[in-house]
Design a protein around this ligand. Sequence first.
Ligand SMILES: Nc1ncnc2c1ncn2[C@@H]1O[C@H](COP(=O)(O)OP(=O)(O)OP(=O)(O)O)[C@@H](O)[C@H]1O
Length: 763
Amino acid sequence: MIEANTKADEQRRVTITTTQIKQRLATINQQLANAANETQDIEQRYGDNTKINITEVDDRMETNAAVQQQKQLVAAAVENEKLLTSQQQRLTDLADSPYFGRIDITEDGEAESLYIGTATFMNEDDEFLVYDWRAPIASIYYNGTLGPVAYETPMGPLTVDLTLKRQFKIKAGQIEHLFDTNETVGDELLQAVLGQQSDEYMQNIVATIQKDQNDIIRDTTADLLIVQGVAGSGKTSAVLQRIAYLLYHSRDQLEADQMVLFSPNRLFSHYISEVLPSLGEKNMRQVTMAEFLSHRFAGLQVENLFNRFEKDQTNFPELTQAMRRFKESADFMQAIQAYVKQVSNQPLAFNDLYFEDRPFFTKDQINAIYMALPHNMLPGDKFLATKSTLIQRLKRQINLEVQLDWVADRIDGLTNDAYRAIIGQREFASGDDEQAFIAREIVKAHFDDLYTAIYNDYFLDVYTEYQQFLATVCPSEMPANVWQAMIDQAAQNNERHLVGLSDAAPILYLRDLLTDSGQNHGIQYLFIDEMQDYSIAQFIYIHHAFPNAKLTALGDYAQDIFTASYQNGHFIDQLTAAFPQLKLNQIQLTKSYRATAPITNFAKALLPPETALQAFSRDGRLPRIITTTNTDSHAALVQELFRLQQTHATIAILTKNQQTAHQLYASLTPDEQVTLIEDTTRSLPKGILILPLYLAKGLEFDAVVGYDVSATTFNQASDRDLLYTLITRAMHDITIVGIGQISPLISQLPATLYETPLPLLTS
Ligand SMILES: Nc1ncnc2c1ncn2[C@@H]1O[C@H](COP(=O)(O)OP(=O)(O)OP(=O)(O)O)[C@@H](O)[C@H]1O
């Protein structure tokens, strides 16, 4: 129990701190106003300078230098303004809520109180009034219980005595709550935070990070950090705080754009987009696997995970499943490596390179170049040497061509503007030099398409090469005719500019290994959320594509909605086995924070009894199971929505597939104010939303209605993971609606875990 005078003392300190923050803010505001004026000033002068007459040759050089200098001045001024704006934002946030924690420590007999907030604030005398939550000493706040505690310093671990841990909730400079705690971070504040309504954007969790989440955030040693965490255990939250932590500790070596987060869909990207800015950091890059693949397969259409899932629902025979399992495995990617080694001394599937409708380099010519190279050269090097020979030969052709009459004719026909566009600002020693330059530019432009084709490796027919590879790896248990039919299908896909999803990573891998290309060495960290939605083959390809990146992979094998129908075995074991050379750290999160205890316990009952899953102790209503008839289903749903709307702002109706979502949406009247969410949707409005479950991955809603969770729709063992994912999207309330008969997966659960309201009375 906190004494009243303790609160008054603490409030006094808050006031002193916020007063100083506001004073600093006033200075920054002034500097910002000056900086804005300065930028405007320079821009204006820059504008005036460009008005100097540039047709006089003597003036031209001088004007260029002046313009360059002005440009640099503008860039510096803009940079300065940006810096001041970010300081302004940080101070504004601190003035409202300067800190959320206090630790009292004793070190060598000397006692000290430290206050922890979202950013450091030092007063005029360089005393820390607030420590950044990422400072090494702040780890005590997250990790330590009262008594001796160690924390990392640049000189090695140091032990201090922790004598007090206090948590605050401060708003508009006023303490709303404060608690003393001996837990790592007390539950009281967490209760308050988790009880709030969902928001369009995810919130940062700095004030209440839990110990095991802190381990994820502060890991700096692993090359591959794998986090298996139950639904709602804070995996996504932890990874975002981790990004903020890494940026803070490597300010000089690491930029936000050297980090990439693979996210499940665009909606999710939008949902998490405010966390880093709220911590004063820039966002990392975000990409979905579909975007990544379609970028790398420019011009071809790659099968989409969501569409494939929908198709699997109607027809997915066992042999197709086995085929997919193989193509998505580490063995398959290893077979590609072996194939590349083996074919490097054989002719490759090259394409003729055409120019003006006739082959300029035939595939035989290209193969002759390739095969003449030393046998012991690496395949990628051989390819690059071949490419370089092709470019040299093209250059030779360009040198010959400049002498030809058609070029002289073309030069004669140039208008003044076209002529000037070619020479630009260049100066020439003589007229002949100028002519020679123009002739060369014209011939280069003439051969540009051919050059681009060579440059982009279009002379390798990777699809045919892939089909040849496939012909060498038919698994013994697979009937040869079925395997051949799959190869024929891959060839047909290619004709139609399509790529099957399970072929995508292998084809890219084959292409990159044969051509020694496709690697991005600049990315330092990669984060893969919902790791269970990626195949091992995709992981291997991603690691190949970003060879210098440390990898953080997070997920929950119980939420493998896309692969549960055909994968078996333990995903994490397969993943670790695929990267034996990487330094591994594995962390498990078993406590679920998102939902109330009744919802989490209900979801848990679906999983095998040995599953380590613990509900955070937050009270709430029992889940409701409504079984209705086809005729009454609409009325029952509307009635339930009406009930939920009394207390919740965002209610998601989740369906198994898109078709059900569309049909349901069409059947609701406009005054029911529902929004249909699709693959292309970028942001989440409040109100009632309808979406297929797979688009709700990683998201959360105040209330969820699982619609048509019936004996006919959710009846396979693999549907368990779908249902678990569905239920765990809810924060405060869940209703499951079954039509005809409720899914056996639900009816098997202990009746104490839910309630069944009386059936709706219809006329
Ligand atoms: N330490 C914490 N303090 C406050 N809130 C937390 C904490 N950890 C998790 N949460 C909250 O719990 C919810 C779930 O977190 P998050 O989405 O990060 O979990 P997840 O493990 O990625 O979930 P899922 O796998 O189900 O998508 C979020 O609302 C998040 O803000």
